[in-house]
Design a protein. Sequence first.
Length: 196
Amino acid sequence: MKKILLFAVLIGISSAAFSQVLPSVQVGLRGGANLSNFSTNNTFSSENTAGYFIGLYSRFGAGGIHAQPEIYVAGKNADLKSADGSETNEVRFTSIDVPVLLGTKIGAAGVGVRLQTGPVVSFVLDQSQSANQATSKIFKGNFKDQNFAWQFGLGLDIGKLGADLRYELGLTDVAKEGYQDSKLSLFTLGLSYRLF
């Protein structure tokens, strides 16, 4: 009986290890919430503000390494306050984000932990601001239509479901003028469902 049990365990371990080596392709849905941080060297402050994202991902790879391109619509928000806190410019962005991540997955039998990192390009579709005109304390900014960032993430997969936590570090200035030396960084918490 012990030999049979030992044999079954060895078969299970070797199958799990072999499945990490075989090429695989996955496609799924992904969405969740983000928390934006607008960092700057200017004389205003930014409060963390919640947003959203929803879209598609694909994952393909072999040998325990995978590439994961994604495309999703994201709502990113920032409340920019004057130095004395008396005025606020509520900035809202809607963008198409395209991350291309490289990662590894450790696990077996449908359960695994993922580590990922890679670049993100954001194409701004729409933006709005509550500041309508220049004042002595806060002003309307002129923001770029395209920005670059870098994501770092940790994920967990259980069967077809997944969850991940990521940090997106803004690499480029988001403003053409008005808020120079300003970058938008995010924390994201996402849920995913693998379609196939």
